[in-house]
Design a protein around this ligand. Structure first.
Ligand code: NAP
Length: 256
């Protein structure tokens, strides 16, 4: 069960954190993986790591916020693989602030990566999946798509849009056998979290790490591998009856 043998997967932002874990997990399950990354050194590191374990992976430079860059990246996939079965829209950035403290430039920056990036990559993937006879798109949403998070105005705007785009793509391409779902993690321990603590609370990182961990009723943050396991299920044929859905992976946050 949960094998991806013979499938070709593209994972955006797979040079770090959750995306890297998804790329590795998909490769272990038999997929050929394309690591689409803005940070080419990090992308190449993920791909080299997969190849060292006997998997097939190629890193491709891609800024998901740029239409030209996305077109070039998917063109490079065509040259190497000639099909695409799975797209994971994982690349994302964070911003801290309320509606009052968020600047227009901040909002545009978050929109460009988290919203437009998903649009551009999905727009590139859909015709290729139609050609392949179907496919699976998985989006990284957040618990911010489902509940209000303090001080996360722009981020919540973008993750609410991820949930809405997930449902929209799911209904539009159901006849083409393209499924589209999203996962909604609470806090997951990745470089994104470490960077946030370092920049926002320098010198107080351990105290704030504990606080962020305790926000989840299970008393800890999730791991990238736990999210990758859910991603594998949702992109596998075992999930072929599931589309348009949002899956919390949240350490109990939404239960209370
Ligand atoms: P991460 O460790 O920062 O990894 C994100 C990766 O995406 C980085 O390698 C980053 O590269 C890349 N990226 C950023 N902008 C890009 C762009 N324009 N084009 C291509 N790649 C780009 O983050 P993460 O924690 O794994 O988060 C992954 C996803 O999960 C995000 O969508 C995030 O919102 C979502 N999520 C995370 C959490 C959490 O607690 N960690 C919770 C809920 C949802 P750079 O280093 O160059 O920026």
């Amino acid at each position: 069960m949960f094998r991806l043998d013979g499938k070709v997967a593209a994972v955006t932002g797979a040079g770090s954190g959750i995306g890297r874990a998804i790329a590795k997990t998909f490769s272990s399950a038999g997929a050929r993986v394309f690591v689409l990354e803005r940070d080419t050194t990090a992308g190449e590191e993920t791909a080299a790591n997969i190849r060292a374990k006997g998997g097939m992976a190629t890193a491709i430079a891609c800024d998901v916020a740029s239409a030209e860059s996305v077109q070039t990246a998917f063109g490079a996939i065509d040259l190497e693989a000639s099909r695409l079965d799975i797209l994971v829209n994982n690349a994302g950035i964070v911003h801290i602030g309320t509606v009052e403290s968020t600047s227009e430039a901040d909002l545009d920056r978050i929109y460009a990566v988290n919203v437009k990036g998903l649009f551009l990559c999905s727009q590139a993937a859909v015709p290729r999946m139609k050609k392949a006879g179907g496919g699976a798109i998985l989006n990284l949403a957040s618990i911010a798509s489902l509940i209000g998070l303090v001080d996360r105005f722009a981020y919540s705007m973008s993750k609410g849009a991820v949930l809405a785009m997930t449902r929209s793509i799911a209904v539009d391409f159901i006849g083409d056998k393209i499924r589209c779902n999203c996962v909604c993690p609470a806090r997951v321990h990745t470089p994104l979290v470490d960077g946030y603590l370092k920049n926002t609370y320098p010198g107080r990182e351990p105290e704030l790490f504990k606080q962020l961990s305790e926000y989840q009723p299970l008393g800890r943050m999730g791991t990238p591998e736990e999210v990758a396991a859910l991603a594998l299920y949702l992109c596998s044929d075992e999930a072929s009856f599931i589309t348009g859905q949002a899956y919390p992976i949240d350490g109990g946050v939404l239960v209370f």
